[in-house]
Design a protein around this ligand. Structure first.
Ligand code: IPE
Ligand code: IPE
Ligand code: MG
Ligand code: MG
Length: 346
């Protein structure tokens, strides 16, 4: 079969599962070094100027995009349609909140986190897979995502399912890859992989998606809705912050505080998504608005109205920031990201 011959061909010519090279040129650039040695001195200074979160998010987004681009096979690598479809959704312009949270959590804890970029990007691979599957006709049946027609609208349901499967699998390839993870203590590495699996799987994001689907067109109460949000969105965000913290060698107390921060940020993030679903436009959101009501989903605005839901999200953000009281200026990006979560327009 032509397909399997060419895949085996790649295996014979390269010892790596994907066409990475063991030397990652990007990682040796000043930006790559910066990520390993963050936080920057500006954040360490006591009398610092308020950080510019817009610039921070933009710089990290560019770093993440560049790394993802470097590890994702190009669209002429067989199976070509699969790689095209994976790239179509992955490189479509997501905000990269989860990898940026992992990086910011690592910076809050300490200066050196070997393997931080593959770990951070593994979260984005899982997130993108979850969006592709979330949009399928069997789930939310959405037509637009990240400003473009959804993956299945372009490549068909079967290829969209497989692109999601492959992104999920590739996430674990990245954070178990010996060259990419060079310098990471093996025990710590296994712990990181377990965090990723737990946050994404049946007890985490996938479990939340099940609760979400089962709640459609039902008269659910508020604790049920909160449980959906905590799992479908909260658990991957929790994993992101914990993974960044663990990669930097966080102690138990630091990890507890950061976990509490992440749980509040995760809930705020999904409440904000619910609000944007009723207040945003397709142009702003890059996806269709009002889909929750059309699909019979109860959300925070259903219970509290958009303003009430916004206020609750703000309360979550205030709690999240209070959890960081034992951290110094190195945690400023985490504080600002929490504020950004509820002020964002998409
Ligand atoms: C959308 O996530 C789906 C949710 C879990 C709320 P994002 O708002 O992070 O979407 P992208 O990655 O920027 O497209
Ligand atoms: C998405 O939740 C959660 C996951 C993909 C895990 P939603 O279905 O509420 O998010 P959008 O509005 O489609 O982005
Ligand atoms: Mg959904
Ligand atoms: Mg959806």
């Amino acid at each position: 079969m032509a397909l399997s011959t060419s895949v085996h061909e790649t295996e014979r010519t390269s010892p790596f599962p994907y066409p990475f090279t063991p030397h990652i040129p990007w990682f040796d650039t000043p930006q790559g070094c910066l990520l390993r040695s963050a936080p920057t001195s500006a954040y360490r200074r006591q009398n610092r100027a308020p950080m510019n979160i817009k610039d921070y998010l933009e710089q990290k987004r560019v770093d993440v995009d560049r790394f993802l681009d470097s590890v994702m096979p190009n669209a002429v690598t067989p199976p070509t349609t699969l790689h095209e479809s994976m790239r179509y959704s992955l490189m479509a312009g997501g905000k990269r909140v989860r990898p940026i949270l992992a990086i910011a959590a690592a910076e809050a804890v300490g200066p050196s986190a070997p393997g931080l970029m593959p770990i951070a990007c593994s979260l984005e691979l899982i997130h993108t897979y979850s969006l592709i599957h979330d949009d399928l006709p069997a789930m939310d049946n959405d037509d637009f995502r990240r400003g473009k027609p959804t993956n299945h609208k372009v490549y068909g349901d079967a290829m969209a399912i497989l692109a999601g499967d492959a992104l999920l699998t590739m996430a674990f390839d990245l954070c178990s890859h010996p060259d990419l993870m060079k310098g990471c203590d093996p025990t710590r590495q296994v712990r990181l992989i377990q965090e990723l699996a737990y946050g994404s799987g049946n007890m985490g994001m996938v479990g939340g998606q099940v609760f979400d689907i089962q709640a459609e067109n039902k008269d659910i109460n508020l604790p049920t809705l909160q449980n959906i949000h905590k799992h479908k969105t909260g658990m991957l965000i929790r994993a992101a912050v914990r993974m960044g913290a663990l990669a930097s060698g966080a102690g138990d107390r630091q990890l507890d505080d950061l976990t509490s921060y992440a749980e509040d940020v995760g809930l705020a993030f999904q409440i904000a998504d619910d609000v944007l679903n009723v207040t945003g436009t397709r142009e702003e959101l890059g996806k269709n608005p009002n889909t929750d009501a059309e699909r019979g989903k109860k959300t925070y605005p259903t219970f509290y109205g958009a303003d009430g839901a916004r206020k609750l999200a703000d309360d979550c953000v205030a709690r999240a920031i209070a959890r960081l009281s034992s951290f110094g200026p190195a945690a400023d990006p985490l504080r600002e990201i929490a504020r950004y979560i509820t002020s964002r327009k998409n």
